[in-house]
Design a protein around this ligand. Sequence first.
Ligand code: ZN
Length: 199
Amino acid sequence: MISVEKGPVPRLLMRKGAVWQQQWSAMVAHYGDQDQVPRHLLQPLKHYRAQDLVAALFAESRGKCVYCECMPDREAYDVEHFLPKPEYPEAVFRWSNLMAVCRPCNAAKADFDTGRLPLIDPTRQDPTPYFSFDGPDMLVAPQAPDYYLAERTLEVLDLNRPALLDARARALAAHDGSLPGPEHAFSACLRHAAGGSGG
Ligand SMILES: [Zn+2]
């Protein structure tokens, strides 16, 4: 998990965000909740995936998934809403709520309600002191500032899923079993871990 410093709101979002948000909020209000909105009316929701916004998010994260540190290919990248869309329709176009992630991390987190039960938010707190590694296994660090927060984050995001363990093991093998710090070496090796098929 990496620490991310949010950049300025991209121009596109400055220009259009309020209108997109208004359209989406009106839609949700009309139909009751996100799941009731007919598929063919979901267009306003898709603007958060605009190329300029995705590019700005991955620039903030230095090309990585903020959660698992893989560097997803175009087909495997995704946009995360830290506060989930269904429960927080008002935060769908809030820049501070958007992060660069890979599909497997986004799928693992799904609609977990971080407003009710927090996870580590890598744009607001440095995740470094919360975690350590034992070989390829990611663990709660013995000195973690909040054990349960760290443990829940590990579990909800499934940060020891097989594709990640394999990629970390390969990174370790390539560095004779010891890494100066997990982030750099793991990130390089995790480039394809988001793809599902590996390789
Ligand atoms: Zn990920």
